[in-house]
Design a protein around this ligand. Structure first.
Ligand SMILES: *Cc1c(COP(=O)(O)O)cnc(C)c1O
Length: 232
């Protein structure tokens, strides 16, 4: 198998496992979107996934996102992870989605840049559900107050919440993170906070996406299981 064939076959296998996980809990597979995470992987790897029908990719470094978006017109990129103020203008111009909003300063900066460009951006608020200090995101109890402020930013399409679960083999602990995110989302949804119905729950990576789907994920972010180990 060539590298491109392997990527296509990994995507097909994942789509099947996503569909199977949906079936186990009575969900429709169309409710779960696969976001391949192409960080540290080449433009040719992205092109191979593109040929297999994928149109949007996740990147966690702004410079890399811009470089790839420049080389691959027509491919959409989602920034997954933190955004520093000095990179806001690049994200406003080049990203289709930002999964990682956690400060009002960045929200305001993005909104202003987007207005100047006549664009809008889908955003997900990142939540630290594991309580680990190494993880980005708001503490769960900070989210409702933060979310209410987002209604002020017309160019941000507030779509939902994103989290990275606790790492490691303790599945009960991982599941707790997913439940926390889902319960938070359900509250925001019930209250239509920020004028949004909060459709998105982005949770689950290569090691835990099936569990995430069973707990309601609408977007799974998957790198290694598609592209292999990341070159450093
Ligand atoms: C790298 C990354 C992923 C993908 O991780 P894999 O374990 O390779 O699937 C998902 N989400 C975020 C935020 C990441 O940075």
């Amino acid at each position: 198998m060539t590298a491109s064939e392997l990527i296509a076959s990994n995507i097909a296998a994942l789509q099947q496992r996503i569909a199977d996980a949906c079936l186990r809990v009575g969900r429709n597979a169309s409710q779960v979107r696969l976001l391949p995470v192409s960080k540290n992987h080449s433009v040719s790897a992205i092109a191979a996934a593109r040929a297999a029908g994928i149109t949007r990719f996740g990147e966690n470094r702004v410079q890399e996102l811009v470089a790839k978006a420049t080389e691959l017109p027509g491919v959409e990129f989602s920034l997954i992870g933190p955004l520093q103020s000095n990179k806001i203008k690049f994200v406003a111009q080049w990203a289709t989605e930002f999964q990682g909003l956690e400060t009002l300063k960045v929200a305001a900066g993005l909104d202003r840049r987007l207005q100047n460009l006549g664009r809008s951006l889908d955003v997900l608020v990142q939540v630290n559900t594991s309580g680990e200090s190494s993880k980005f995101g708001l503490a769960p109890d900070e989210v409702p107050g933060f979310a209410r402020e987002l209604g002020a930013f017309d160019s941000l399409n507030v779509r939902g919440l994103m989290t990275i679960a606790a790492p490691g083999p303790d599945l009960a602990r991982v599941a707790e993170c997913f439940v926390t995110l889902r319960e938070l989302r359900d509250r925001l949804q019930a209250d239509q906070v920020a004028g949004s119905d909060w459709p998105e729950l982005s949770m689950g990576m290569s090691g835990d996406y099936e569990l995430a789907i069973e707990h309601g994920a609408t977007c799974v972010r998957i790198g290694t299981a598609i592209f292999g180990e990341r070159p450093v």
